[in-house]
Design a protein around this ligand. Sequence first.
Ligand code: GLN
Length: 533
Amino acid sequence: MSTKYIFVTGGVTSSLGKGILASSLAKLLQARGYSVTIQKLDPYINVDPGTLNPYEHGECYVTADGAETDLDLGHYERFLNVRTSQANNVTTGRIYQSVINKERRGDYLGKTVQIIPHITDEIKRRIKMLGPKQGYDIVVTEIGGTVGDIESLPYIESVRQLKWELGANALVIHLTLVPYLKAAGEDKTKPTQHSVKMLLESGVQPDVLVLRSEHKLESSVRAKVARFCNVEEEAVVESRDVATIYDVPNMMHEQKLDVTVLKKLKLPLREEPNLDAWNAFLDRHKHPKGSVNVGLVGKYVELPDSYKSISEALVHAGAENHVHVNLQLIHSEKVNEQNATELLGNLQGIIVAPGFGHRGIDGKIIAVKYAREHNIPFLGICLGMQIAVIEYARNILGMDGADSVEMNEKTKYPVIDLMEGQKGITEKGGTMRLGEYACKITDKASNLYKAYNKTDIAERHRHRYEFNSQYIDRFREAGMTATGVNPDTNLVEVVELPAHRWFVGVQYHPEYSSTVLNPHPLFVAFVKAVKQK
Ligand code: GLN
């Protein structure tokens, strides 16, 4: 069969949940037996989000093939339980970069290079790249930004062209907002009407409208929208606020969004979507047998999206353990010796977050010390692992001023050093150690082995610095051991304190590969330890 393309656009405002809608629809289609992938097109000019501060668009998600991508790709993987890749996230920067490279090579020799057709052709090529060659039946492409933004225009134009070229093989879903005006006591459809008009001005007629609202909409609202926007009533679907993002596939299924979409794409409905495993997860998630307090110490806590994959991995691991994980985000700059008990005293588990640069380091060191001294289950992720090493060096090994050379180039004890392969690299974009690497678990008595129950694992990375193996013996003698190493380079991937109940620092990012149907074993083991505290 020829690949079908579904485009998801957004109107009225950002943050309506296009990524969750796209993931939920893809989930339903997948559960009906179709192979589906999702792609995100981001209209900003950065080549990838790797160089962005998390305050801008939330966390940077890393794929197994080493792409630094938008956090929506994390949702795609968590919902679909399939891996995404470099090709699943495209930015305007990347589009322009390849067009300009082609221009310099002479590929367009003699021609004026223009947005139409050159930029739009490149966008279309990137969309189609996931089609027949990669073997997907359906490609869902989420267009970032809001219709009407200047920077989204080339994408909307590409959608217009593709709809024309592909006919019934393409479909546009437009997500908008229906606000409720308290003073008038009414749901207002005008913003949706305007937003659809805006799309029509660009030559795109949406096939399906999804109305985001804070509560249930009257059917008359849907009928009104259908009438004004040239969309059938059954193709107007509401997306109201729900308890968890993982409820959205069921909410869409109840309104037959999957059926409407398949009919419009002229695809057989096949079997009813099998959501048994998904719903079993939801049941465990919604009916926990207890609750645990876990603290996540980081410096970007004002924007919870900065730690999206970690908080979702804890949702998955909590459900697996039949407990609700009450995640408390703790600002690392606010933690000091005096208030440590006040801020950390009610926690049954502590995670120290990934991060870059010096800000907030002192508070993270105090949090590690608190977890170590109070025998509180501890998980250090990437920078969090490096901080655990620094804390141990300073407070147990007596290495006064021990540090990472990222924080202090002149430290007397560079227990965390720049990786060999990073020396001489000056460009910042895409140059870290990225993506999946093998790791060998060296000790079967370790908590690491108990978590994975195997010795050969592979995990995703995003870092420039590493445990300085010169110090490995001194750490081991003092009680901190390396329980996971890279089999090719011997790079230390995991450190543990065998004398502690559960103290694991990982150089990699387990959070990126936790999904609803495959909760990550390390998070599951961490929550299990937390539960027993
Ligand atoms: N800044 C540290 C490094 O580059 C840790 C990175 C991270 O936490 N992702 O090695």
